[in-house]
Design a protein around this ligand. Sequence first.
Ligand SMILES: [Cu+2]
Length: 125
Amino acid sequence: MKPIVISLVITAAIIGGAVMLVTDNRVASTANVTQENETQVVAINVKGDYQPRLTEAKAGVPTVLRMATQGVLSCALALSVPAAGFEQNLPPSGTTDIALPPQKAGSSIKGICSMGMYNFEVKFI
Ligand SMILES: [Cu+2]
């Protein structure tokens, strides 16, 4: 390879790496996690996409994902949470609880829309 090509490849790799670092640097939310008796409730808002995108929750306790929709008309309604065996159309308005057994520390649960455009993640620590 000519030096110019090599330097272009290296530049692309550096930029690509930086972009990946930035996207990976999402700030995890804990404000949407509440406790209801023995159950930890993780509230996710569905408004076009899923918010917050990344949540940090406690490992080792029963958890409910509470999906809240308000007049949503988006494919984010067609939700799949594979680890919970959940695949359903959420109501355009309302709340849907998805029960999760206690999760291991370091694991995470991901939800994704039917088309794979929108997703959210709950990390258990
Ligand atoms: Cu989608």
